[in-house]
Write a protein that binds this ligand. Structure first.
Ligand SMILES: Cc1cc2nc3c(=O)[nH]c(=O)nc-3n(C[C@H](O)[C@H](O)[C@H](O)COP(=O)(O)O)c2cc1C
Length: 370
């Protein structure tokens, strides 16, 4: 039987009624001080609870893991309480939510680091660019990303422990599971890609070594909360934040085959042709082949994201390219996106100027169909 967007699916312990998921979306509106989810954040997620599954915005696992102003964390009691209010609201509406766990690695600035220190990375190489920081008065400002410090093996062990604790905290906050953010040029991706990892120890060099940190994190959080409650997001061939790998088929093929050893809730891949948030049909022609290779290699539920609309999502499900599709920007502007896709209603356009930071405008005021 051909599957479509509104065919139910089982994902880990969850039975979902359909396959329209909400992609993780940083909105930079956590409460200050403390990066704690607020009532406004609760309302935002409540409005979007008709998603088959919500993947939360990226959420730092530790103070060291923060790289942008006003992003939420999951490492303090107040943050756990804040996220509990979010998960309760989503569950009251019959929805499901995974918390996306984030460590930015080198994409950070001393203003966020414990003791004002340097951000950490596999190798002391800066990413060209700026990050959105806080100035002395607590206002948002663009700041240069400094040369990071190379992580020691002890530092790496502490980060694995931070992931483990964050996963435990997420489940204590009532989440249905966690998604490990291993893409978009952040810490785990910095280890994976040969462009940003020049280490000579057991965490650098060979593919096995570059994948080691991700796989240690997967093992640790799976042991902590059960692998059926764990997912991984990867961005194979991603170029964001100075990423690039010398052999992406081999690197990501190895990782995906290794992930088969854990009965994860799902694997989440972003279409490689997404360059930032623009789809480039002329992207490196290997991108389509790599997605086929990874689909064939992975034995579990595969979620895809990146530039999908109703028709392309239906095609992806019908052809088996994806088992479930995550929508990002369409969910920002359409809190009731699944109903609109099901019934063929037009979509509200998203206002990009209110994506990051600000108040309720462009956040909880997008209209649903009446
Ligand atoms: C405002 C904004 C914030 C984002 N934040 C995150 C994030 O926190 N974690 C993540 O993995 N991807 C993030 N992404 C990428 C999206 O999850 C998604 O892959 C991308 O928007 C492409 O999907 P779309 O075409 O449906 O929007 C973000 C994208 C946007 C536009």
């Amino acid at each position: 039987m051909t599957k479509h967007l509104f065919t139910p699916i089982k994902l880990g312990r969850l039975s979902l009624d359909h396959r329209v998921a909400m992609a993780p979306l940083t909105r930079s509106r956590a409460g200050q001080p403390g990066n704690v989810p607020t009532d406004m954040n609760v309302e935002y997620y409540r409005q979007r609870a008709s998603a088959a599954l919500i993947v939360s915005e990226a959420t730092q696992i530790s103070q060291q893991g923060q790289g942008y102003a006003w992003t939420p964390g999951i490492h303090t009691e107040e943050q756990i309480e804040g996220w509990r209010a979010v998960s309760n609201a989503v569950h009251e509406e019959g929805g499901r939510i995974f918390l996306q766990l984030w460590h930015v690695g080198r994409v950070s600035h001393p203003v966020f680091q414990p003791g004002g220190g340097l951000p950490v990375a596999p190798t002391a190489m800066p990413v060209p660019g700026k990050t959105f920081i806080l100035d002395e008065n607590g206002n948002g400002a663009w700041g240069d990303v400094p040369v990071p410090q190379e992580l020691t093996v002890e530092g790496i062990r502490e980060i694995v422990a931070d992931y483990r604790r964050a996963a435990r905290n997420a489940m204590a906050a009532g989440m249905d599971g966690i998604e490990i953010h291993a893409g978009n040029g952040y810490l785990l991706d910095q280890f994976i890609n040969s462009s940003s990892n020049h280490r000579r120890d057991s965490y650098g060099g060979s593919i096995e070594n570059r994948a080691r940190l991700l796989l240690e994190v997967v093992a640790a959080v799976s042991e902590e909360v059960g692998s059926q409650n764990v997912a991984v997001r990867l961005t194979p061939m991603g170029r964001f934040m100075g990423m690039g790998d010398e052999a992406p088929e081999a690197t990501f093929g190895y990782i995906v085959r290794k992930l088969n050893d854990y009965a994860l809730a799902y694997l989440h891949l972003v279409e490689p042709a997404m360059v930032g948030v623009v789809k480039d049909e002329n992207f490196d022609p290997r991108w389509d082949a790599i997605m086929k290779l990874l689909r064939d290699a992975y034995t579990g539920v595969l979620m895809l994201a990146g530039g999908y609309d109703r028709d392309t999502a239906e095609q992806a499900i019908a052809s088996g390219r994806a088992d479930i599709v995550a929508f990002g920007r369409p969910f920002i502007a359409n809190p009731d996106l699944p109903a609109r896709l099901r019934d063929g209603h037009p979509l509200n356009p998203a206002d990009t100027s209110s994506f990051f930071g600000g108040d309720a405008t462009g956040y909880i005021d997008y209209p649903a169909l009446s």
